[in-house]
Every structure is written in C-alpha cells, then in structure tokens.
Ligand binder design. Structure first.
Ligand SMILES: [Zn+2]
Length: 426
C-alpha cells in the first residue's frame, strides 16, 4: 500500500525522508514523497486537509533519526580500546533501557495512527508470528592451540591441586578436549526444527603472531580440509554460512571483497551477510564500514551491538537501513541489531538461572513490541574446561524456551533478509 508523504520542511527534508523510509519498510508501506496529493503532512503549516498531520510528532521523529542514523555516535568522541562506542555514553542507557527498544514504541505508535486512518500495515514476520529470533554463531575458536591451552591448565593445576585438571591436560594433548563443536549446535538446533548461521573468518594469524603483534585475529586456517567439509555440511543441512570479517577489514573495501570471495569459493555459492570480529567497525565512522559492505555485495550486517551489555545500541529491534550523513541518504544494506552475546552475560559472576532470566526478560519485552532478537553464541562454548559453562547452559535454556513459544519466528539472517526485502518496496 502506498503512503503519500509531504515533507514540507527544507532544512530537515533528507533526515525526515530517511525516517519515513525506515518506518514505512517496518510497517510494510511503500513511501511516495510528494507535495501534491498526499496522506501524511509534516512541515511548518497546519495543513488540516490531509489525513494525517504529524507536526505534533516531530520530537518522536527527531529522536528516531538521532538514534537510528547514528548521529549520537558521531557526536560522541569517547571510545573503548577497540575504538567502540560505549553504552555509558548513550542516551538510551541514560534515559531509557537498552533491553527495551524505545524506537519500537514509536514504530508501533505510528502503526496505530496510520491504521486509524485506514492504512493497513503488513504483518511484520513470516507466518504472522509475533516476533522474530535469529540464531547466530561467531566462529572464533574451532581449533585449539594445544601448547598454550595445556600450559594454562598446568598453571591451574599448580594453583588448585585438582587431579581432574591433569586428566584435562591429557585430553587436550590427545585432542579429546577441543574447540570443534559445530555438530553440537547442529544437533541441538536440528532437534527443535531450528537453523542458525555460522560466521567464519577467512583471515587468520598464528597464535604467536597475534601475541607478538598484539593483534586479535582468529588462529584457525579456513583452508584446512575439515573447514571445507563442515561448511558444506552446514549448507547441505540448511544452516547458513556467513563471513566473520577480520579485525581490520574495515580499513579497505578490498578486504571485504577478498574475504567474501574466499568463503564463497569454499561454500560454492553466495555469501549473504557478515558480522565483524569484535564488532569492530571503523571507529570514526560506522556508516563508512556499512558503505563498504554495500559495495562488496553484502545484503545484511549483524555487527551492531554493545560489546558489554544486552540490548539495542540504536533503540530499534527491527531490521533497518543505515544512514550516510555526508551523502544524506540511506545505505542499501540491512542491519540486524544483535541483542544478546554469550560473553555479555558473564562479565560479572552469575548463575545459569540468572543469565537465563535476563535473556528471557529481554525476549519477552521485545515480543511485546513485535521486535527482532538476534542471539550471538560462539562456536566453542560447549567446551566448559575453558569457557564459562553459564554460556552454553543458558543457550540451551533459551532454545528450549523458544521451542515452546509458538509465537516466535526462529530463523537465520539470510532468510530474514529475503523476507524483509520482499516486504520492502524500494
Ligand atoms: Zn569474533
């Protein structure tokens, strides 16, 4: 359905256009920008002849733009050691709640307003489900570096005297204790009828080089035969394979092109989307990185999150198009905001019960707002010798919860991109 919109405001025209483009895609309308015959008016006059006058809603539209376009992040200089925007500097942390997406409230407010005037919005999610959940895994580990792992355990043994640790050392050396856990995720998710996406890195460093150069790349080598085999297996069983872009990929568009091409060669078909290792965008300009994604041919990015905390970095739990402030227009790439990562849950000492409760609370509040939840659990979490068992146990609890909730559409990013693009009318 067309929604004819008159933005009668020269100085903020592009900003408001961007807001309406996103709002209309979320609600399933086709926006038509015109100043002749129109349904929606926003401007300086009081046009009483149009169906919907949005002049009193300007503050909502302005906050919508401020958060979604990343203007807030542009205006804030402070970053962490990886150059990332921090939750403590966000208006969302200060005035609202990260887990409770404020911009979804606005989207639903406008939905009601438009529907009261006879403009029927489309269903948000496939099969009329109330909300959507994406299951995703960053492949950071996969292959264990035996020597440093055994040394770590030996130091643990000296400290604790626990004989079981000696057995763990033996298992590390023989390879019984390892980081290869793709099948565990596949079996769990398969048993519930779910599928997920695995993001693989194609660029790596040796453990030693990372240590010497103080770099952060993964240490496995994607060209080993076992990676080709698992990638093929995942694909064959309906799981998605995406790119885990390297730490410094943002520095040049060629990195994205090359990393994507390497993975496509292994997979034998197209890669649809990516997530950055460490959520590491260009520290000065997230949108510049998104421009690179678009040019390299990606359909979606799932790197928008706060590394430290659960919730929504730009206050919106829906897919959206990012904004280019310089060109004053939207970037043709879908952003799926990531809402929960395993390690966010264990920053402070916690229990499986508490971590599960936090996840379910977020899911419930997003469900009320018809939103999107993106889960990000790492490949090796099943190894509880080295990783906190709270992480994998919480994931299993969340998966069990989702299986019972028939109002959840549990899917992969690739499938969501297909669905969202079909709804959009650009
Ligand atoms: Zn990573």
């Amino acid at each position: 359905m067309n929604l004819r919109i008159n933005i009668d405001q020269k100085e903020k025209y592009e900003e408001l256009k961007y807001v309406f483009e996103n709002l209309c895609v979320i609600l399933g309308f086709s926006p038509v920008f015109t100043n002749k015959e129109y349904d929606v008016y926003i401007g300086n006059k009081n046009d009483k002849y149009c169906k919907i006058n949005l002049n009193k809603d300007k503050p909502k539209l302005e906050l919508f733009f401020y958060l979604l376009s990343g203007q807030e992040e542009k205006e804030t200089k402070e970053r962490d050691v990886h150059g990332r925007f921090q939750p403590r500097n966000s208006i969302i942390t200060k005035k609202y709640k990260l887990e409770d997406p404020i911009i979804n409230d606005y989207a639903l407010y406008f939905k009601k307003l438009f529907e009261n005037k006879g403009f029927k919005a489309k269903h948000f999610w496939k099969n009329n489900k109330k909300y959507a959940v994406l299951l995703t895994h960053d492949v950071d580990y996969a292959v264990m570096n035996k020597l440093p792992s055994a040394i770590k355990l030996f130091l643990r043994f000296i400290k604790s005297g626990n004989m079981k640790t000696l057995k763990d050392i033996f298992d590390v050396i023989t390879g019984k204790n390892n980081y290869w856990h793709f099948e565990d995720y596949m079996n769990l998710e398969n048993s519930k009828g779910f599928r997920s996406a695995f993001f693989f890195a194609t660029k790596s460093n040796s453990y030693l080089m990372n240590f010497i150069k103080r770099e952060n790349e993964v240490t496995y080598n994607i060209n080993e035969k076992r990676f080709k085999n698992i990638i093929k297996k995942l694909d064959k069983e309906g799981f998605e394979v995406g790119l885990h872009a390297s730490y410094n990929a943002y520095k040049s568009i060629n990195s994205f092109v090359n990393e994507k091409r390497t993975l496509e060669k292994l997979l034998g078909s197209k890669i649809h989307g990516l997530r950055h290792h460490y959520y590491h965008f260009n520290p000065q300009s997230t949108e510049e990185t998104w421009e690179c994604h678009e040019k390299a041919g990606f359909e979606y990015d799932a790197s928008l999150a706060f590394n430290e905390d659960l919730g929504y970095r730009r206050g919106l739990a829906f897919p959206f198009y990012p904004y280019n402030h310089e060109k004053k227009k939207r970037i043709n790439l879908l952003v799926f905001p990531t809402s929960i990562m395993d390690s966010m849950l264990v920053r402070k000492k916690t229990t499986v019960k508490d971590a599960t409760r936090r996840c379910i609370n977020l899911i419930k509040s997003v469900k009320k707002k018809n939103g999107l939840v993106v889960l990000d659990w790492h490949d090796a979490d099943w190894n509880t010798t080295f990783l906190d068992e709270v992480q994998i146990k919480t994931y299993i609890n969340v998966i069990n919860y989702l299986e019972k909730d028939k109002e959840a559409w549990v899917s992969t990013p690739k499938e969501l991109a297909e669905w969202w693009n079909k709804r959009a009318n650009f």
